[in-house]
Design a protein around this ligand. Sequence first.
Ligand SMILES: Nc1nc2c(ncn2[C@@H]2O[C@H](COP(=O)(O)OP(=O)(O)OP(=O)(O)O)[C@@H](O)[C@H]2O)c(=O)[nH]1
Ligand SMILES: [Mg+2]
Length: 533
Amino acid sequence: MAALRRIHSWVPLLQRPCTRSCQRAAPVTRRLLHTPPRVAAANQHWPRSTSVLQLRCFAPSACTLKSKGNFTNGQQTGLTEEEEDEDFMEDSEVDELFQQQIPEGIGDGRQRVFIVHPDVKWGRNKQHLTTAELMMAEAVGLVNSLDNWRVVDKIILSTKTPEKKRIFGKGNFESLTEKIRQTAGITAVFVNVEHLSALSEREFEEAWGFKVLDRYSVVLHIFRCNARTKEAKLQISLAEIPLLRSRLRNEMANLDQQGGGSRYIGGSGETLYEVQQRLLKEREMKIRSALDKLKKKRHLLRSQRKHKEFPIVSVLGYTNCGKTTLIKALTGDSGLQPRNQLFATLDVTVHAGQLPSRMTVLYVDTIGFLSQLPHQLIDSFSSTLEDIKHSDLLVHVRDISHPETVNQKANVMNVLKNLQIPDGLMNSMIEVHNKIDLLDNYESTEHNALPISALEERGLDELRRVVEEKILTSTEKHILDLKVNLSTPQLSWLYKEATVQDVQVNADEGSAVVKVTISTAAYGRYRKQFMGR
Ligand SMILES: Nc1nc2c(ncn2[C@@H]2O[C@H](COP(=O)(O)OP(=O)(O)OP(=O)(O)O)[C@@H](O)[C@H]2O)c(=O)[nH]1
Ligand SMILES: [Mg+2]
């Protein structure tokens, strides 16, 4: 009983009563996954006021999902009112959920980060495509992309035992701990591995007395800071669930040591741990269901786009390679904001641009890729990336000035492989070598790659030309100049069945030369109807 009282002293009651499925949990919990008391005592920098996870129930009636479903560049997708009414979670509800889940110890505040990169010498965890120095440079880039975060010191330490709880051997671990203790002003330690186990995290926090981060938590925080739309926020909330789960395990292990975590709560027949796990599961299902609804909506948007016959060109590539800058240059869309920051773009946005024949295409700006991006994140963002599969053409942008450009390409190709992009789409992909302005007299050694500078708008005409050529092939369309007799319905037929780009009228002859983009099938019908063949 004493242990339970202790829990209650730092577990404030639910602020408002739960409804429906969560009612059983009502007497127990509001404050969950609080900083374990022992670690908290060692770490004075952690904010105390925010809870890691304040699980609350979602009244089903309030769970409506509203998606604006509009394109940028002023193009509405035209969802009907009934479709809007099918919405599932209110914006405010998503925002609230998003805010509740801000991980403790990361928050909005300043962070002065010590980075340690474990350099695996051999075995299956060894990185073959890169070097420890470049991996460290990427870790520094991740930290620096966050406002108010800076790197105070960094170290590359070799290890033969990356799978062990402490990752490093005894000697290296002790010297690392010594170095961290001697470095002034640290608020967090970033261990540059994909994902630390809950046990390792706890072990490190106890040894060093600081918040410990891994690649997953840092990338997630960057995503969090850059999330603007409901879908991005929901995806991040979902990606945070494994973190919350592992913290819950840590916390309960801590409580168990004090004899409290596995006790039954009131007459519910559930232990505190079980209740919290269940609430977490319910939250996860709620988010997944909301995301599913958004996905369905996305399908609708996709079919509407198809219906409008605007070909779709997805622009993809490693983070910070210049995707947004390129789309801005191709479309003149001043609303786009390229930033020298990793994961500046988190939401798929669509921007209309014109090709040389004046055909309109929609460029899709996508989320950037990153090496060793934790799989859970990929899962959470897979629906965003799924759009890529339904494009008519892919443009792979590479930052050719980057020292890791070859590895970045390998990484992107790997992610695309996992996304199971159709062969035809993969084979027609255009590779663009961007940022050539940063290199002297750049000449590509790779066949078919197009050198450009999105920033200086160099090489864009050739790119547009190649995009048009490939789009015409992939959509089985042709650009034709057709002579029409203005006294027949030919012109109105073309307006209906094809995309008319230009009409040159010859009033004396009562005819016109019409430039159209027309599908093979439509041209067959046209010939049959008006040319008798
Ligand atoms: N010198 C140079 N810089 C460029 C070029 N293209 C983009 N940049 C810069 O590269 C940085 C990243 O550009 P973005 O367009 O935001 O890159 P992104 O690929 O959209 O990045 P994420 O959305 O974060 O994945 C910005 O500082 C751009 O100004 C280029 O051709 N030359
Ligand atoms: Mg971008």
